[in-house]
Design a protein around this ligand. Structure first.
Ligand SMILES: [Zn+2]
Length: 447
């Protein structure tokens, strides 16, 4: 033990062309990041930090150094368009065990693109909730058995016939304890999910967009039920995320003390003002609302009802986003990547924010500082600051000049998580987490 205490953590110096630390400070030229073991020891520039002779240097040339990014609303175990021809058939024909493998693969696709932390928002199947499966992915990554991002796992905790329940076809038999009604039954489902390892209780207070025979303004829970769920999450020192499409549901979430509000979609200025006042983070999930997403969904066999609903709420989503941003609501990036936007294209969400009027710097903060705050990991990650975990991405390009540079894999030159390099695509290097070139794996032919 004494010997271990004497062993010093290995020190490494990362050099780049500019650094955006995502604290809100302006970019710094010629940065040096000193990594000690798995943490950032110091930061500065080539004139303020002395790099000793013979030091272990990770030279990123002219690249922009920034924190590892976060997507705090996605579904890694959904039947993504990259890996399934038809999600409706896949819902019946893929076993949860195989789906779990895809979950890991999808998480790795995001990781390879510089997303070092994901909040997985959960899923259910014909065999019940996929909480333990997602937790096993999280734990296998944490243990170092497989490479991947840091993950927080959310567990569906909803009423019978809720929006999240309807992700499964109505015709499907519900197996096991996967919905609950009334405050005590919901508390039990929350406790069961936490027992299975969930980090986040995910519920819905209103209807939603992507499911059949359902209108977004349907109430999905009473206030008493929502209060019970949020209280239960907090009692176990966990967070509660609430899907809300309507102002009524957003107010319910605020009253219950929810930690994050998901989607928004419809709102009014008074409710937006209340959200801003309380400081509750919102994930807009706009990648999931574009014409491209609707087209992908159409190709995957989605019903006309859902496609029409997706189109009809599109303008509301964009308008609500602009009003929230103008009002100063705390926005944390989430994509809702699952069925439609392709896994790994998480950063396309930022391009939408910029197109809707957000500055590139503010957009970057949504997937770094703000996202880390939203999931209460901001003491550890989200910015480049001394003492934080060394999650660092080196980007060939300047995201402040063109936010789209984050969307191309070749530009994501270094992905470092906790001081270790997982992807290295600098000139002369070709290390990636997964071999994800289109066509290099097979989509099941029986779907
Ligand atoms: Zn979602």
């Amino acid at each position: 033990m004494e010997q271990m205490a004497e062993t010093k953590a290995p020190v490494r110096y990362i050099l780049g062309g500019r650094m955006i630390d995502c604290t809100g400070a302006p970019p710094v030229p010629d940065p040096v990041i000193v990594v000690e073991g798995n943490r950032i020891g110091a930061l500065g520039t080539r004139s303020t930090v002395k790099v000793p002779d013979g030091a272990d240097i990770l030279d990123c040339g002219k690249a922009t150094l920034m924190p590892g990014m976060l997507d705090v609303h996605l579904h890694t175990m959904m039947f993504n368009c990259l890996t399934f021809h038809n999600f409706r058939v896949a819902q019946w024909e893929i076993t949860p065990e195989l789906q779990q493998m895809y979950g890991l693969f999808h998480a790795q696709l995001c990781f390879d693109m510089g997303f070092t932390t994901l909040r997985d928002m959960g899923l259910q199947t014909y065999r019940g909730l996929l909480v333990r499966e997602a937790c096993a992915i999280r734990d296998a990554i944490d243990m170092g058995i497989v490479e991947g991002p840091r993950m927080l796992v959310a567990a569906f905790t909803t009423i019978t016939g809720s929006h999240l329940d309807l992700i499964q076809p109505r015709a499907a038999e519900r197996m096991g304890f996967q919905n609950a009604d009334g405050p005590w039954e919901l508390r039990k489902l929350a406790r069961t999910n936490l027992l299975h390892g969930a980090d986040v209780i995910k519920t819905c207070a209103s209807g939603g967009g992507g499911t059949d025979k359902e209108e977004p303004d349907i109430r999905n829970m009473t206030q008493v039920e929502l209060d019970a769920l949020v209280d239960e999450a907090h009692a176990f020192h966990k967070i509660a995320a609430v899907h809300c499409f309507t102002p009524a549901s957003q107010r319910m979430a605020l009253q219950a003390g929810a930690d994050t509000i998901e989607h928004m979609v419809f709102s009014d200025d008074e409710t937006i003002g209340m959200i801003r006042e309380k400081g509750t983070p919102v994930t807009p999930t706009l990648s999931h609302r574009t014409d491209h997403a609707i087209e992908v969904r159409r190709q995957q066999g989605t019903s006309q009802f859902v496609l029409k609903k997706m189109k009809s709420i599109q303008e509301n989503c964009f308008d609500t986003f602009q009003r929230m941003h103008k009002a100063g609501v705390n926005i944390a990036m989430g994509t809702d990547m699952g069925f439609d936007p392709e896994m790994g294209t998480n950063a396309a969400e930022l391009e939408i924010y910029v197109k809707l009027g957000m500055s590139p710097m503010d957009a970057l903060l949504t997937c770094t500082r703000n996202a880390a705050r939203a999931i209460k990991l901001d003491k550890q990650i989200g910015t480049l600051e001394a003492g934080k975990l060394a999650d660092v991405v080196a980007v060939d390009g300047d995201p402040l000049a063109d936010i789209r540079c984050l969307q191309e894999k070749k530009n994501i030159q270094i992905v470092m998580k906790e001081g270790r390099v997982y992807a290295d695509r600098r000139p002369g290097h070709s290390k990636s987490v997964v071999n994800a070139e289109p066509g290099s794996w097979k989509i099941p032919d029986y779907l």
